[in-house]
Design a protein around this ligand. Structure first.
Ligand code: FMN
Length: 190
């Protein structure tokens, strides 16, 4: 990429999975990354391992998830630190940066709801994304819903997107299953 191209790395602060990466492991990893020329460390958590919570399944209330870990990380590296997970309002983002805990924040779902969010936060008072409230919270359901939301954006069809969680999950898993069939046909002999 050359020296002028910034490279960030997204790492977990914890996998939230027994026997997997812990916060102490993650701190050690940050110490190692600190000795490299990486330009940005993005702190997140969770995993797609079946049955394990993803970061967006986090039950840690309504605020951003990994800011306190990010703050610890910042003390052992001079590489800029970004936190991902749970930022829903401009104020939360501003507060995290103003507190010095992080240098940047990143947004997943908020931008899937409104890809223009960064501009709105710069220009519009109260321009936060309106997060859907789901009546149920099956594991993997939120990821499936947002995946289908991203699909709708890609197909330029987001205005008509009105799937509930259960429909999103069944569409998402059916699509995955169909893809698996295709892969098995192509790579089945490998
Ligand atoms: C549909 C969807 C797909 C995602 N895919 C990835 C991925 O491939 N790699 C990754 O590191 N995180 C992935 N994430 C997690 C996000 O990067 C982010 O950590 C998570 O959504 C929490 O941030 P948020 O609260 O701003 O949404 C995904 C999230 C969603 C909603």
């Amino acid at each position: 990429m050359g020296d002028a191209f910034p490279i960030g790395i997204k790492i977990n602060s914890t996998d939230q999975l027994e026997g997997a990466l812990t916060e102490e492991d993650a701190m050690e990893m940050i110490g190692i990354i600190d000795q490299t020329s990486i330009d940005l460390i993005d702190i997140s958590g969770g995993t797609y391992f079946p049955g394990a919570p993803a970061s967006l399944d986090s039950s840690s209330g309504s605020g951003p998830y990994f800011v306190s870990f990010a703050q610890r990380a910042k003390q052992i590296t001079t590489i800029p630190i970004m936190a991902t997970g749970g930022f829903k309002t401009r104020q939360q983002a501003v507060d995290a940066i103003a507190s010095g805990a992080v240098d940047m924040v990143s947004i997943g779902r908020g931008m899937a709801l409104n890809p223009n969010l960064a501009n709105d936060w710069l220009n519009i008072e109260g321009g936060d994304s309106k997060f859907p409230r789901f009546a149920t919270n099956p594991l993997g359901g939120v990821t499936a819903w947002y995946s289908m939301r991203l699909t709708a954006l890609a197909e330029d069809n987001e205005d008509a997107f009105d799937l509930d969680l259960e429909s999103a999950m069944s569409t998402y898993y059916a699509r995955d299953e169909a893809r698996c069939d295709e892969w098995r046909q192509v790579f089945g002999d490998v």
